[in-house]
Design a protein around this ligand. Sequence first.
Ligand code: CA
Length: 255
Amino acid sequence: MSDARVGLVIEDDHDIRELVRTVLTQAGFDVTVASSGAEGVLTAKTLNPDVITLDLGLPDIDGFEVSRQIREFSDAYIVMLTARTEELDTLIGLESGADDYLTKPFRPRELRARIAAMMRRPRSVPDPAEVSGVEASADGQAHPERGNYSHNGLALSYSSRTVTVDGAEMSLTRTEFELLHALLEAGRTVRTKSDLVRRLRDEDYDVGGYISEADERSVEVHMGNLRKKLGDSPQKPRWLQTVRGVGYRLAPGEH
Ligand code: CA
């Protein structure tokens, strides 16, 4: 057996399944496919994959439920593939457990970029009890530029990957955490949606990479979820201020 990373493709459409299989194989994954939700859950249990692509519209169980079931035993990266941009709206507020969303049709390089960016992020969130007060990251090096932030009752620690609001710990997805960190880092400077898409892809992809409308919509969905989890109001934001038609920035400090 090689120690290649394991990918699982859960998709009922043959052509898309083979396309995704090809993308993952080229990215160095050992790929297994499943054509229904039930088969996908079982396969995930057996294989313990690193990455799962999950079709939202499956013939037996819908993608949300499949994701929820997989999340009970797996911390694999899950990319949800949805049929239309509008479907992203229904994802807002739903705790699907997916790390990222991609709208069909998508470009193979788009999927490749998303997966590469996800694989570079820390895979598991450490237990905050074990790392509280520790200023170094997992590699043992301090990253003062990616340190601790606090703003209007919210505190984020990059090294321990934790966020608290008025002392209560928040459970954020990796993507939500990265977006929040990007805004805290920028302060009152506006981050455009394109900036944030690039941020999620990491700097490697900041080389004139193509940013689609779907990429920007995906950022909007994640921001919507983040806002909901933090209990932030779009009208009177404590943290996430929308700059219409441009992007987002940190709301002013409370006095
Ligand atoms: Ca389908």
